[in-house]
Design a protein around this ligand. Structure first.
Ligand SMILES: [Zn+2]
Length: 227
């Protein structure tokens, strides 16, 4: 009996570690990661991961500028090194940068040293490109174990997740992405999107449709730092 219980607990624990991404769990309750802002304020944050991309990111920046929205970009260090000019454009547009590791690796199984290396290499890339170092970071796939969270804290990074996953990366159509985000967004929500991927044009189109509809609900947009 005891062995069965321990076995089930071990499997659940392993699944928790392996499948982790996006939803809050014990790691977050204990370690205070952020997956949303204050529910009493009518403010939400759009966040864009995995860029910058030399074509799609500037297109998104132009759209955000037209819409008058400031957003947050969790950039990958290797892409920052490849496109420092685009990284500068993000900052010049008044948006916030976050650290999304250098190689976009899944971190829960990584040693603390490796996590710190990923964060430091990305900080250096962002600093070379923009002269600034971000204070926020997001683990790829939302993957985190207690060790990951501790390493982020040691690197003085606030670990920021999301409570609304647009699933834009799953190849959903623009209306599907829009409906999914509208259904799930509440005051304080952090919305996860990806403009830099193949097909990221759909994400940009979804943003154009989402912003006026969320504003019609009385919601305003802010960066993570301002949320
Ligand atoms: Zn990512």
């Amino acid at each position: 009996m005891l062995i069965t219980v321990l076995g089930v607990a071990a499997i659940v624990g392993l699944l928790y570690l392996l499948c982790y991404g996006g939803f809050e769990g014990p790691v977050d309750w204990v370690m205070g990661t952020s997956s949303h802002g204050d529910r009493d304020h009518q403010i939400v944050a759009l966040t864009f991961d995995d860029g910058p991309d030399p074509v799609r990111t500037p297109a998104l920046l132009a759209a955000l500028d037209q819409l008058g929205v400031k957003a947050t970009f969790f950039v990958v260090g290797a892409a920052v090194d490849a496109h420092p000019d685009v990284t500068r454009q993000i900052v010049a547009g008044g948006h916030e940068l976050g650290n999304h590791t250098y190689t976009h690796r899944y971190l829960p199984m990584a040693r603390s040293k490796a996590v710190l290396r990923e964060l430091a290499a990305t900080d250096r890339a962002i600093e070379r490109a923009t002269g600034t170092v971000p204070t926020i970071a997001r683990p790829p796939y939302g993957g985190r174990s207690p060790r990951t969270v501790q390493a982020f804290a040691r690197a003085a990074k606030r670990l920021v997740l999301w409570d609304v996953n647009s699933f834009d990366w799953r190849g959903k159509s623009v209306p599907q992405v829009v409906e999914r985000v509208l259904e799930r967004t509440r005051p304080g929500s952090i919305i996860l999107m990806h403009e830099a991927r193949d097909g990221g044009e759909a994400t940009i189109e979804a943003v154009r449709l989402l912003v006026p509809r969320l504003r019609a609900r009385g919601l305003a947009f802010a960066t993570i730092g301002d949320l």
